[in-house]
Design a protein around this ligand. Structure first.
Ligand SMILES: [Zn+2]
Length: 237
């Protein structure tokens, strides 16, 4: 349903997102399979507080004692096990939105502890990870992207990866609270030094793959703006 990413360094582990409820066991199994202990997990970054990105973190936090890092506007949601949904932008997105609104009340979402609100641009080196945080809102009010110095970027739902390899292109998220903000966040991402994007859904992709999608969207915006400028002003009186 949604990807979580475990980042392993010589001394520690770091997690990006926690999947749907029930994913925690899988994450702990993976940690065991690579020969590490849950206590090696220093922190989990939640890219945004949608249920499919933090639902599995109660078990992970219980076993590891890890800190939870997220956007300040989503800190309360993950502390209280709240459920938030973004509006769908197209037919698919609207279907997802309806399913989410219908099913969310029946989910038991975790109430996480040790939740720390991030700052835009926050450096993570002091916490043992060579990377930083960017605020990349639009899909929701509280999206963050984790960019590692080596060029990996964990983008949550800011970018939707290819759904069918080599056929469908990457795309803007099909759900958003603020489309212009999402567009601005893509611009931030393109200028961030990110080389490879790890999305919450769809395939991992190179940054070059989203550039044509961004340029097409920019051209469309420019065309709309030109049309507005060219349109005759409404007559008064
Ligand atoms: Zn989402």
């Amino acid at each position: 349903m949604a990807y979580c990413y475990l980042i392993e360094t010589a001394g520690a582990l770091f997690l990006v997102d926690g999947g749907m409820a029930g994913t925690g066991r899988k994450i702990l199994n993976r940690i065991a399979r690579i020969g590490r202990k849950p206590e090696d997990l220093v922190f989990t970054v939640i890219t945004h507080a949608h249920a499919d990105h933090f639902g599995g973190l109660a078990e992970v936090q219980e076993a590891s004692g890890c800190d939870i890092l997220c956007h300040p506007s989503h800190a309360q949601t993950v502390r209280t096990g709240g459920a938030i949904v973004s509006p769908g932008l197209n037919a698919y997105g609207k279907i997802y939105e309806r399913i989410a609104r219908f099913t969310l009340p029946s989910f038991k979402l975790p109430k996480l502890k040790r939740v720390r609100a991030l700052e835009d641009g926050a450096e993570l080196h002091d916490l043992g990870l060579d990377g930083h945080i960017l605020f990349t809102p639009g899909h929701s009010t509280g999206d963050v992207t984790l960019v590692l110095d080596e060029g990996a970027a964990f983008v949550g739902d800011l970018v939707q990866g290819r759904r069918i390899p080599r056929i469908t292109p990457p795309e803007f998220s099909i759900m958003a609270v603020d489309e212009p903000a999402m567009f601005a966040s893509w611009r931030v991402l393109l200028g961030s030094g990110a080389k490879v994007l790890y999305p919450g859904h769809g395939k991992i992709m190179k940054i070059e793959e989203i550039l044509p999608v961004f340029l097409r969207a920019a051209a469309r915006k420019a065309r709309i703006a030109r049309r507005l400028v060219a349109a005759p002003a409404p007559s008064h009186g």
